[in-house]
Design a protein around this ligand. Structure first.
Ligand code: GLV
Ligand code: MN
Ligand code: MN
Length: 408
């Protein structure tokens, strides 16, 4: 009887813990893309990749990919994710996928297993998209969806240029971008939502990722005295910002189904209690698994903002920051994940992803799949993000066995 190869949970947890110390904030992590913390995190993971004997390349957008040779040459079966975080990030989002990839490599090294195809593990630049937009930037460049020159020119929320910041942290690599093909791509990630936990299911086999639309509105009104300006004579940017927020929620509730909407940024100027706001910066994040419904939501919000600004007598500029169509993963690859999980005696559910992921950038070019594990209380993008060691072990074992099958 052959025993099934298993990952070493202690080793994976220890790497997760060590990486979580870089940019640590109250149990979570703040490691914004291309900051000094990101550099320190990258240095750590790059060192581990080299220790494991991987052949590591850094490309012009700062993606880092380490490859373990197979018996045959050719494109690798690629796994990985991201190690940048949001400012209020947890320690698992992205990091788990990268470090589980390294754990798979070490498990195979220890067992002396050489697969037919090479296996690669990567971490992709700026997945989160909070300092520089768009999100999933590195993986999109890797797959030729965005041009590297355009992304290097991206301006951050702090006014810094992405290309300069990349050089500053020492990750402006030499490897060209855009034509990088993988034999297949598979990413382990925490669910970041409550579905698996609520249903008591151990593994999610992700069937696709919903479409994402990010728009930023800059509203310009007139600041004036809060006590002396009659209500009917105001041009209040703060009011418009608040109305956009309530409309985004009303619309999503009215549409129902998979539609979600979020106003995560609402910054008023001058931001004083007794002064009508003359400026508001407002973000609208809309997502849906159905592209035509997502378009309907985008058009409805645009019409609403336009009409409201006219009525209030304020001007506005709108800027589309991100637009990704919904993505469907290859059904055979999703089934491979499902079968692998069932074969390990785990319960599994096919499900869509609510969050954006690097994997979606690969889906148009190669068979792609994702493995989800439960998130405690469905919490993510929050320092309280947590997944149990047992779920981490399950997810990494499913990743290991899936990769072995994909690379054979
Ligand atoms: C990325 O984490 C996103 O889904 O916003
Ligand atoms: Mn992520
Ligand atoms: Mn995230």
């Amino acid at each position: 009887m052959t025993t099934i190869l298993r990952i070493n949970l202690g080793r994976l947890l220890s790497r997760l813990e060590t990486l979580a110390q870089v940019g640590a904030i109250g149990g979570g992590v703040c490691r914004l893309a291309l900051t000094d913390e990101d550099r320190r995190g990258r240095d750590l993971v790059l060192g581990w990749m080299k220790d494991l004997g991987l052949d590591v390349t850094i490309d012009q957008i700062g993606n880092v990919v380490g490859v373990r040779a197979g018996k045959n040459p050719g494109n690798p079966v690629l796994t990985g994710s991201h190690i940048d975080t949001v400012a209020t990030g947890g320690r698992y989002d992205g990091n788990l996928g990268v470090l589980a990839g390294l754990e798979i490599i070490e498990t195979l090294n220890d067992a002396g297993v050489v697969t037919q195809k090479p296996i690669g593990v990567g971490f992709f630049t700026n997945e989160e998209g909070v300092r520089f937009t768009p999100d999933m930037m590195g993986s999109a460049v890797y797959q030729g969806i965005f041009k590297v020159e355009d992304m290097l020119a991206a301006v951050g929320t702090d006014g810094k240029i992405l290309g300069d910041e990349l050089k500053k942290i020492g990750y402006a690599g030499a490897e060209s971008c855009g034509g990088k093909r993988a034999a297949s791509f598979i990413e382990l990630h925490i669910e970041q939502g409550p579905v698996l936990e609520n249903e008591g299911i151990e593994i999610g086999a992700v069937e696709g990722v919903q479409g994402i639309s990010w728009t930023e509105y800059l509203i310009k009104g007139t600041s004036n005295h809060a006590g002396t300006t009659p209500m009917n004579l105001r041009h209040d940017a703060g009011y418009v910002a608040a109305a956009i927020s309530t409309e985004a929620r009303r619309l999503a509730l009215e549409m129902g189904g998979a539609q979600v909407s979020t106003v995560g940024v609402n910054v008023l100027q001058p931001g004083l209690i007794n002064v009508i706001a003359n400026e508001a910066l407002v973000s609208v994040d809309l997502r849906n698994t159905d592209n035509s419904l997502l378009q309907y939501a985008e058009n409805s919000m645009a019409d609403f903002v336009d009409a409201l600004c006219t009525t209030e007598g304020v001007s506005y500029e709108s800027k589309n920051l991100v637009r990704f169509d919904p993505v469907e993963f290859n059904s055979d690859t999703v089934s491979l994940v499902t079968d692998t999980a069932l074969g390990l005696g785990l319960s599994v559910k096919k499900m869509p992803s609510g969050a954006g992921h690097d994997a979606q950038m690969f889906a148009g070019n190669c068979p792609t799949a994702m493995i989800f594990i439960p998130s405690r209380d469905g919490i993510s993008h929050n320092v309280k993000e947590f997944s149990t060691p047992e779920h981490i072990r399950n997810g990494a074992d499913v990743l290991l066995q899936s990769i072995i099958r994909m690379a054979s």
